[in-house]
Design a protein around this ligand. Structure first.
Ligand code: COI
Length: 354
């Protein structure tokens, strides 16, 4: 793929200390863009200065939400080299989401090349230590028409954000609340696609959760409101009798890259891993009886974050948070160490950029 270079050279004008960066508040100087039409496919690929877009107010994405996105990270190693973590996983998932939303796919290698070129250009913006450079690829429908149908024009772009921790208190246990009134996704819906509508649908439940002092909503299945599925912006896992359990993919759950990495790390560590339906009642009685010993959130943004409390039907259920030898801590440390080059990358998850 030819990438036109219109980039500006700009050194970071922000403090890249991961402790003060927060999540997704700052953006680097340049972005990647590419446009799609039925005749020419993806064309006019370009790295250009980060700037607002000019869009027709009738653009389909603004009315009917035809959009898909991704989230992945680049890490700085102690020797100064920079690596993307499992970028092909994200490129492939973007294509799966695009198929669900009737949007054009991107060639995985071309997309990877765009990511590498942009991150290489913006290498000075990659924080060290426990920070990372978060990549946010996004595809939107740009045709200006009000009929409900899929667009004939698309814009794909990638922006970059130096980030620290997703949750404001870093690795501190988060509180989560089930939603009784709302659901995230039902079978046949868009739950397994990474698309804006799923996040828009979560906001009201997220607001209610926040008003009760919780950081995230814990979704229950849409049909029976009985089984735990995932959280507002990440997957969730439960350690039941020493086995890490999470909801099976089956149309309603986002197939998280971190979720998949944890599955593999559990195998490496000889820890059982099971994808099965888990009822909220089983979780809560398990917590009370000491059978559910840890709960954690996992996602690109959240990495691995312990859950310290579940609010369900007005009742608070304290969840034990293990020490440094807990499964949650071990998985968190192992993942961070691989990402930052401090542990062997046995599964070839890292793709070197510089
Ligand atoms: C990620 O973990 O990368 C996500 O996309 C979750 C998010 C919506 C912040």
């Amino acid at each position: 793929m030819e990438i036109i270079d219109r980039a500006v050279n700009k050194n970071p004008d922000i403090d890249l200390d991961p402790r003060t960066l927060g999540f997704g508040k700052y953006f680097t100087a340049n972005m990647f863009t590419s446009r799609w039409t039925p005749d020419q496919g993806w064309q006019n690929s370009c790295i250009e200065p980060y700037a607002p877009f000019s869009m027709d107010p009738a653009s389909l994405v603004l009315h009917y939400g035809q959009e898909v996105f991704e989230g992945l990270k680049a890490f700085r190693h102690e020797d100064g080299s920079i690596h993307l973590f499992r970028p092909e996983y994200n490129c492939e998932r973007l294509n799966r989401s695009a198929r669900r939303l009737c949007m054009p796919e991107l060639n995985v290698q071309a997309n990877l090349e765009a990511m590498k070129r942009l991150v290489e250009l913006e290498q000075d913006w990659v924080p060290g230590g426990e920070g990372a450079l978060y990549l946010r690829p996004n595809m939107i429908a740009t045709e200006a028409v009000l009929g409900v149908r899929s667009s004939t024009e698309y814009l794909y772009y990638i922006i970059l954000s130096p980030v620290g921790s997703y949750f404001k208190d870093g690795w501190k246990p988060v509180k989560i609340a089930t939603s009784q009134d709302f659901v995230r996704a039902c079978k046949g819906g868009m739950g397994e696609a990474k698309t804006a509508g799923n996040y828009a649908a979560s906001l009201l439940a997220q607001k209610t959760a926040s008003e009760s002092g919780c950081e995230q909503v814990l979704w229950l299945d849409a049909q029976e409101r009985r089984y735990v599925e995932e959280m507002g912006g990440m997957n969730v896992m439960f350690v039941v009798d020493g086995v890490v359990c999470t909801a099976p993919l089956g149309g309603t759950i986002l197939s998280g890259g971190t979720r998949d990495s944890i599955r593999i790390l559990c195998e490496d560590h000889g820890v059982g891993f099971e994808e099965r339906q888990l009822a909220i009642d089983e979780v809560l009685s398990g917590v009370a009886e000491g059978r559910v010993t840890e709960i954690f959130a996992c996602g690109t943004a959240a990495v691995v974050t312990p859950v310290g409390m579940i609010l369900h039907k007005g009742q608070q259920h304290e969840v034990p948070v293990g020490g440094p030898e807990s499964i949650t801590s071990t998985l968190y440390r192992t993942l961070c160490d691989i990402q930052r080059g401090r542990a062997e990358d046995r599964h070839n998850w890292l793709v070197r950029v510089v």
